[in-house]
Design a protein around this ligand. Structure first.
Ligand code: PLP
Length: 412
């Protein structure tokens, strides 16, 4: 018999693996929730690691819609979409198309399924150009595209001129330029007008992942109550751009607290994707309860989404103003509810994580090399379901962390 392979974590990532797996502030089992509080290992903590930006995971109107769907459709039909889709799928695709102002969308269970399916299908044996800090799921989909015959090139993050130089070279077509919409760490947007113009000049497709923008940012008219704009119809509308040469992907697992994702498409592209994308033809469907919460969430968004975004902005603004007063650097210049804080000394992250945990705050740790060394620290997400008192407690604890360990300050 062959020996069982050993799965020891490689030495090079042992420290980060320890933080990401063994630290109480990671890989937690949540025993109970109460609003935006969670119980981990018997401790009650305020959850600032959830991306449920609109707070719909706790919304009684959304929750109340689920039983009727289960009674009518059962829990899970188990058809791959290539075989059959329950009717709510058609409604959700139509509602998302209307909200975004696009011809059509094709829905998948997750963005990972969307990227793995759609990106290789768009690229064929052409070229994928990827922002080198695009989300890991896009990077992995690019690897899959490469296994199917595409060339993959990476450009410096956010660097339009670098992407232009690559596009000017002799690259096989079709060409697909991939980047994040609202960035999952910084909370900032790329220069979308410049990237969209570049894609159009070079007859490339601009492929965007707006997991964190969908439901938060949307169309603007100059009289908007918050920096987020209105309707939460994602980054392309936020910039007032057209969808010409753009494939926008986004999902419901953040702002909408559900499980569903989509790629925008023309009816012709949709027919092609349905025929060639393995995660459409062979993967299982979105569970019925998730279709129900996606549809209910879209209804809530239509009626009170802008009120929820106003609350979200209030909570976020309180935090950003506090950081500004303390002179603490965050990469967030957009006012969006993702706030990344870097420590003065990245080696303090373990101890800082323990301090936060002991003081009842749960966040996302961001160690090096998950982020560049100078950005090592943690990420905070605000949601419309946080109370003002919960945010005030966060501010107190951040002041303690600053006094005891120190956050990174701007260079003098
Ligand atoms: C920017 C971004 N893209 C994709 C994903 C993956 O989404 P899903 O869970 O729908 O596969 C995430 C999840 O955290 C994300 O932040």
């Amino acid at each position: 018999m062959r020996p069982v392979p050993s799965y020891a974590v490689p030495k090079s990532i042992a420290e980060v693996a320890r933080l990401l797996v063994e630290h109480p502030m990671a890989d937690a089992v949540v025993e109970e929730i109460d609003g935006r509080r969670i119980q981990v290992d018997g401790h009650w903590l305020i959850d600032f690691a959830s991306c449920n930006y609109l707070g719909l995971d706790l919304d009684l109107e959304v929750i109340a819609q689920v039983p009727a769907y289960l009674a009518r459709w059962g829990t899970h039909p188990s058809w791959a979409r290539g075989i059959a889709s329950s009717e709510p799928y058609r409604r959700v695709e139509a509602a998302v198309s209307e909200l975004l102002g696009v011809e059509d969308v094709l829905a998948f269970p997750t963005l990972t399924h969307t990227h793995n399916g759609v990106l290789p299908a768009l690229a064929g044996e052409g070229t994928v150009l990827v922002d080198h800090r695009a989300h890991r799921t896009i990077q992995d989909a690019a690897v899959l595209a490469s296994a199917r015959g595409a060339a993959v090139r990476r450009f410096r993050s956010g660097d339009v001129e670098h992407a232009r130089r690559l596009l000017q070279g002799p690259l096989k077509g079709p060409r697909v330029l991939c980047l994040d919409g609202i960035n999952s760490m910084t909370g900032n947007a790329p220069d979308l007008p410049a990237f969209a113009a570049l894609a159009r000049e070079h007859d490339a497709i601009l492929y965007l992942d707006d997991a964190h923008g969908f439901g938060v940012v949307g169309e603007r008219d100059g009289y908007d109550p918050t920096p987020y704009g209105r309707r939460g119809n994602a980054i392309v509308r936020w910039f007032g751009e057209s969808y010409d040469q753009i494939v926008l992907t986004a999902g419901f697992s953040k702002a909408y607290s559900s499980l569903l994702a989509f790629a925008t498409c023309s009816p012709e592209l949709k027919r092609y994707l349905k025929a060639v994308v393995p995660s459409y033809v062979y993967s299982g469907p979105v569970p019925v309860a998730a279709l129900a919460t996606a549809l209910a969430g879209l209804e809530v968004n239509q009626r009170r989404g802008d009120d929820l975004r106003a609350l979200l902005w209030q909570r976020t603004r309180t935090l950003l103003e506090h950081l500004d007063k303390l002179g603490i650097v965050t990469t967030n210049t957009s006012g969006l509810p993702l706030v990344e804080l870097a420590l003065a000394d990245p080696a303090d992250l373990d101890a800082v994580g323990h301090h936060l945990f002991d003081r009842g705050i749960y966040v996302t740790l961001a160690p090096y090399p998950v982020v560049p060394r100078q950005e090592a620290g943690f990420r905070i997400q605000l949601t419309a379901a946080h109370t003002a008192d919960q945010v005030d407690h966060l501010l107190d604890v951040l002041r303690e962390v600053d006094d005891r360990f120190g956050f990174r300050r701007p260079h003098p």
